[in-house]
Design a protein around this ligand. Structure first.
Ligand code: GLU
Length: 316
């Protein structure tokens, strides 16, 4: 790695305790940070306060501590970051990269039916752009990001970046290299459309919060579960729009539940056993291609896994 000190992070949402699936991302991000002699920061992603449960942040921090995974700095909380998010939103609005939107879900469904357009993406509607032309006296509900801002009015700074950056190519899709998944590509305007930065209930959206937090914490490496890989192109677009550096990305394998879907509270994931954390840690290590440890305590097992991680030609 060139010059800059590695800073990684684990960013759980306090919507449930850690389970076998989330521990894989926690362990991988910790190992990658330690293998690079870097810092590992925990960030509590409580931006969507409607889904967060009181006290779950402490439960998660205790679970991490029981597994020997300690943040190298006091944890950040997104609920304390609203003014940074608001400032960034205002700067995007000033540059016409974000606009207010009055559409309810029903309005969007109706517009999509009339236009006969592709409707769903992971159960989310691809916004047809109705309010780009103005609110026409209606009340703003949300603020959206103009996903094709760089296509219609490409500011000079972005143009310069684009000529040197490999992640914008001729078809103007976002291209990026994932350390495990390899070369990735997404045409955000087509695949996702204008996405929400601030929601109708006043909460800032995950996409905006995560991009600002990663930049403000100096994160050089994002290591997280593969279910989040699909957000990366949107996050790169926001980084470009806000002139923020782009971290490297590594998306880790998912642990599947009995129904073949990503393990979650909804399909029976059990909270980690704090009394015997080695069982869960060994399982997570196996998912990451590391050998099981005979050690009785995490503090004895972790250094061996750091060495194994360092010795691997590919991270996972
Ligand atoms: N807070 C997200 C989650 O718990 C993770 C976000 C990220 O790592 O970018 O799924």
């Amino acid at each position: 790695m060139s010059g800059q000190r590695y800073i990684g992070r684990f960013a759980p949402s306090p919507t449930g305790p850690l389970h076998a699936g989330s521990l894989v991302a926690a362990l991988a991000s910790w190992l990658d940070a330690k293998a690079h002699n870097g810092l590992w920061l925990v960030r509590i992603e409580d931006v969507d306060s409607t889904r967060c449960l009181a006290g779950l942040d402490q439960v998660i921090l205790q679970q991490l501590a029981a597994c020997g995974l300690q943040s190298d700095a006091p944890p950040w909380y997104q609920t304390q970051r609203s003014s940074a998010y608001q400032q960034a939103l205002e700067s995007l609005v000033q540059q016409s990269m974000s606009y207010p939107c009055a559409c309810s879900r029903k309005d969007i469904e109706t517009a999509l039916q009339i236009g006969g357009r592709e409707k769903l993406r992971h159960a989310e509607l691809i916004y047809p752009g109705t309010c780009r032309a103005g609110l026409h006296g209606k009340r703003a509900r949300t603020w959206r990001f103009k996903a094709d801002f760089y296509k219609e009015n490409w500011p000079l700074a972005l143009m310069e970046q684009a000529q040197s950056a490999p992640d914008f190519e001729e078809n103007q899709s976002i291209h990026w290299m994932d350390r495990r998944l390899g070369q990735q590509e997404q045409d955000v305007p087509k695949a996702v459309g204008d996405f929400v930065l601030k929601r109708a209930d006043g909460c800032f959206a995950y996409q905006l919060a995560v991009v600002l937090d990663d930049a403000d914490q100096g994160i050089t490496d994002v290591v997280r579960g593969e279910d989040l890989a699909d957000n990366t192109a949107r996050q790169i677009l926001l980084q470009r729009a806000l002139h923020l550096p782009m971290p490297r990305y590594l998306h880790t394998p998912l642990v599947l539940g009995a129904n073949g879907e990503k393990l979650s509270k909804q399909n029976g994931a059990q909270a980690l056993d704090l009394i015997q954390p080695m069982h869960a840690l060994n399982q997570a290590a196996a998912v990451l291609g590391l050998t099981a440890s005979e050690a009785a305590f995490p503090a004895e097992a972790l250094p061996g896994w750091v060495s194994q991680w360092q010795a691997k030609p590919h991270p996972v």
